[in-house]
Design a protein around this ligand. Structure first.
Ligand code: SAM
Ligand code: SF4
Ligand code: F3S
Length: 446
């Protein structure tokens, strides 16, 4: 009987990509993926440390596993991801039920750690920043992901050191994967059936790979992917405003597959707060990037991340953020109350009163959601192109996304997964569009 592995994934898309690669790695030592955590012989929690009680969430999760396996054989319990990196040895000390702690740049060691543990019952903590060895290891394992929309990590780590952020400490310094290796992996994904690829990186537009006096940038990757016939859409995330270079902006004129939608976190609309955060860009710079992109392609829409109640943010600063939100009309954005992260420079700063923070979050979300609702409402009675991702379980409905990432649930027809189909939108809410497929023949007849 084969052994089973279950991974619970928290956090960003990079963790999702990593979890898939971990599944492929451990399959080489006989572990088969299971969707039921109760069946696991190896239980992995891939963690995120970006906000709030991340650490406590992990211990809570381990507690749940412990309870479930009380009267059964204990699985090998692994904590991976950014909490593992930040907490390392402390985790095994605090919760002896944990067997292996492994940080994001040590996943090439996961098979050996599991084998060592199962053979010798030796607990291990692996938290070196050995990004190159990790990718060299994974490059030899085929990426078998066959999702219509697949993630592909091209860059890891961050050298920007925004004062609030743990990422430079949990993912380490910036590293860009070799250009040809990325293209090879993209081809594997497309051969498996993927039709949309999202290029990932903590600072994806800082991607820069140098080989034989030539340097390859994100724009080179986009234009190379453009030439792969079966690929229909290209996305990338998350980008930093300071790395939105002219060559990348130009891709919005020359690429037909790059979607006209960009997630470009601004964090605040106040220059004073941006400086306090060490963001390295101003509001004016952000607006100039916005203008250039709109000029390159007027269909481009923006989404962003916002942090409210950063230490030192006054009502006036916050109002500047609201002004920026109104000016740009962001869609599909994220907003958070500042959360002090252990080990970051901002963790010692005086917090803004929690009621004020909550009020600011409510106000910014009202503004963001107001526009999002309006934007979705406008789509009603219109036909949009939807890349079909999957059939919804036990229903005769399909799920897909517009170019702008908006989720669409619609009545479809057989065998449309992986295709871009026209959908007539009949209703909407804040996050979704609902409709029915309209095949071209019928549209013409109507
Ligand atoms: N690299 C991206 C950038 O520079 O915009 C962001 C990566 S981070 C994983 C995603 C978002 O989490 C950030 O854009 C920020 O809004 C939010 N975030 C990070 N640290 C935070 C903190 N300490 N408190 C609240 N939100 C935080
Ligand atoms: Fe974090 Fe700033 Fe780096 Fe983004 S750019 S990952 S917010 S330190
Ligand atoms: Fe979280 Fe680490 Fe991603 S802290 S957001 S899982 S890079």
């Amino acid at each position: 009987m084969s052994k089973k592995v279950f991974i619970k994934t928290f956090g960003c898309q990079m963790n999702e990509y990593d979890s898939n690669r971990i599944y492929e790695s451990v399959s080489k030592i006989g572990y088969e993926k299971t969707e039921k955590f109760e069946d696991a012989n190896c239980y992995i929690v891939n963690t995120c440390h970006i906000r709030d009680k991340a650490k406590e969430k992990v211990y809570h999760e381990i507690g749940r596993v412990k309870k479930n396996f009380k009267s059964k054989k204990k699985p090998v319990v692994i904590v991976a991801g950014c909490v593992a990196q930040a907490e390392n040895k402390e985790m095994i000390k605090r919760e002896p039920y944990i067997d292996i702690v492994i940080g994001p740049q040590s996943y090439h060691k996961i098979n050996d750690s599991i084998l060592n543990y199962t053979k010798n019952k030796e607990k291990e903590e692996q938290t070196d920043f050995d990004t190159m060895s990790k990718f060299n290891y994974f490059d030899k394992i085929r990426n078998n992901n066959s999702k219509v929309s697949a993630f592909l990590t091209i860059q890891e780590g961050c050298d920007k050191f925004c004062k609030f952020c743990v990422v430079p400490y949990t993912r380490g310094p910036e590293y860009s994967r070799p250009f040809n290796v990325i293209l090879e992996e993209a081809k594997q994904l497309i051969d498996n059936g993927s039709r949309e690829i999202t290029l990932l990186g903590q600072n994806v537009n800082a991607y820069c790979y140098k080989e034989k006096k030539k340097s390859f940038k994100l724009s080179d990757l986009i234009m190379a992917l453009e030439n792969i016939p079966k690929l229909k859409r290209i996305r990338y995330t998350t980008s930093h405003p300071i790395d939105m270079t002219e060559d990348l902006i130009k891709c919005y004129e020359s690429s037909k597959k790059l979607v006209p939608f960009i997630h470009l976190p601004v964090q605040s609309g106040s220059n004073k707060v941006l400086k306090l955060m060490n963001r390295k860009h101003t509001v004016e710079h952000y607006l100039s990037v916005f203008e250039k992109l709109k000029k390159a392609n007027s269909k481009i829409e923006f989404s962003s991340d916002f942090i409210v109640a950063y230490p030192g943010e006054t009502d006036e600063d916050f109002n500047s953020t609201i002004e920026l939100v109104k000016k740009i009309n962001f869609i599909n954005s994220y907003s958070f109350i500042f959360s002090p992260r252990p080990g970051t420079p901002a963790s010692h700063l005086k917090l803004i009163d929690n009621n004020i923070a909550k009020e600011r979050l409510k106000l910014i979300q009202n503004e963001l959601f107001k526009h999002q609702n309006k934007k979705n409402k406008i789509m009603e009675n219109k036909i949009v192109d939807v890349l079909v991702e999957n059939k919804i379980k036990n229903q005769n409905k399909y799920f897909g996304r517009t170019e702008y990432m908006t989720a669409v649930i619609f009545d479809g027809e057989n065998n449309i997964e992986g295709k871009i189909v026209p959908v007539l939108i009949t209703s909407s809410n804040q996050n979704n569009l609902f409709g029915e497929i309209k095949l071209k023949k019928r549209i013409k007849a109507a």
